[in-house]
Ligand binder design. Sequence first.
Ligand SMILES: [Zn+2]
Length: 147
Amino acid sequence: MIPSGGEGCPGCARVAAALAGRDPALVAELPASVLVLGDHQAFPGYAVLWSRVHVVEAHHLDPGAYDAFMRDYRAAAWAVERATGCLKLNTAVLGNQVRHCHIHLFPRPADDPSPLEHPWVHSARFGEPGDAALRRRWIRALKEALP
Ligand SMILES: [Zn+2]
């Protein structure tokens, strides 16, 4: 599938960069998406799954593409859970800022200091990419944990 319809869309640019080998955060190219390590690591192992196809909402995908995207989501969720050993996985589909379908995967650890709060409570730390060597280790761990 080729991303389409997203001239000027940061999501399409992200997917195109990943598919061209220009995204150092790339974990894996999946059939309907690309999985990248999150731009911040406020939650270690946080990752984002981007639809290869430009749509604003997941339900805008045609049924076959939707099913493929959901299979990718399942694989990505298992990878994050296995790689991080998280107690809980928060899945968020918002798209208010980048109107290109993507899914945030926030692993919540057993020692989470605010387990009843949503991840954006920690948004002050979302601008911090984290240690480069640690990012590479998470990318490798997520890749190896994909089913
Ligand atoms: Zn797009």
